[in-house]
Design a protein around this ligand. Structure first.
Ligand SMILES: Nc1ncnc2c1ncn2[C@@H]1O[C@H](COP(=O)(O)OP(=O)(O)OP(=O)(O)O)[C@@H](O)[C@H]1O
Ligand SMILES: [Mg+2]
Length: 296
């Protein structure tokens, strides 16, 4: 079998082993998935919110489901490849062995029976600046369509495996578009942030994503319109959404932030600006809303 095929089988076997052994979740924390069209600001929003949660005392785990792996840099990890991040897909032999997916290996070696964020991050992730926890899926070994991508399946199994304690939150940044947005991704996520900018195409994607997320059973969907420059932008978005605005529990409007380009790709400088830029006020409102719905 070619290498890519073997790798694919390994990934799927590890994911299935994890799924088989997962305990029914009794989360006391909450999970948020961030989705939307390419380039609308998903990674920026995920990184800023992760830091805001960490600053308010949460154990905040940022998960990068995008094979391009931009999230660690947005969170402030060094860009020279330092920082010790090992993508999940590079941990495959370890996972395979410890989950018992490898023939002859027994189950139970890898994880405690009731793993929290720290247990999983200790093995597969890193702690970044400001104490944020980071877990990265890694590159995809072989093109595959939609939610059948084995790497996604593995990441989703690992996330599902975590039993969130009170004060723990998972924020998952996803790759662009909704093609990968399937039942296995949605499982366990109580809230979705559907991010758009004011362009027609991006708003159309969140409309589609909202319908899908609703069908997949995510209870609370929030609209996040990013890079808003004027009241006209707002009117335009509302007009495109029309009655579909009713799909969203809450709506947020993040202003265009000039300073963003200067601190690209990291968001940390923005968080320490004085006075705080206006975008942070609305992001704090998103954090408070997620917290409020998270405990419902
Ligand atoms: N409110 C904002 N004001 C100005 N620039 C912004 C704002 N939000 C994000 N950006 C910039 O827009 C660009 C795209 O943002 P980001 O990478 O977060 O989008 P994305 O949706 O994750 O993209 P991709 O789909 O490629 O993963 C970045 O250069 C970022 O700095
Ligand atoms: Mg991104």
């Amino acid at each position: 079998m070619p290498d890519a095929g073997r790798q694919r089988e390994k990934v799927l076997a590890a994911a299935h082993a994890l799924n088989r052994n997962a305990r029914p979740g009794n989360d006391q924390g909450f999970r948020v998935v961030v989705t939307g069209k390419g380039g609308v600001g998903k990674t920026t929003v995920t990184a800023l919110l992760t830091h805001l949660f960490a600053r308010s005392g949460y154990t905040a785990l940022a998960v990068d489901e995008d094979p391009q792996m931009n999230l660690p840099f947005a969170l402030g990890m060094p860009q020279d490849g330092g920082g010790g991040i090992v993508p999940l897909t590079k941990n495959l032999d370890y996972i395979e062995e410890k989950t018992g997916a490898r023939p002859g290996a027994g189950w139970g070696l890898m994880l405690t029976l009731n793993p929290d964020v720290s247990d999983v991050v200790d093995r597969f992730g890193v702690t970044g600046p400001g104490g944020v926890k980071i877990l990265v899926m890694g590159t995809v070994v072989q093109a595959a369509t939609g939610c059948l991508c084995p790497e996604n399946t593995l990441l989703e199994a690992v996330i599902r495996y975590i039993n969130l304690r009170k004060g723990e939150v998972i924020l998952m940044d996803t790759q662009a578009g909704v093609e990968h947005f399937g039942r296995s991704l949605a499982k366990g996520f109580g809230q979705a942030l559907l991010v758009t900018d004011p362009s027609f195409n991006a708003v159309t994607v969140v409309k589609h994503a909202a319908v899908l997320a609703r069908e997949l059973g995510i209870p609370h969907l929030h609209l996040v319109v990013n890079r808003v420059r004027s009241g006209r932008d707002r009117e335009k978005v509302l007009k495109i959404l029309c009655d579909d605005i009713g799909l969203f529990s809450e709506q947020f409007w993040l202003p265009y932030e000039e300073g963003m380009n200067e601190c690209d790709p990291g968001v940390l400088p923005l968080l320490s600006c004085t006075p705080p830029p206006p975008i942070l006020e609305e992001l704090a409102r998103i954090r408070d809303t997620l917290e409020k719905y998270g405990t419902r």
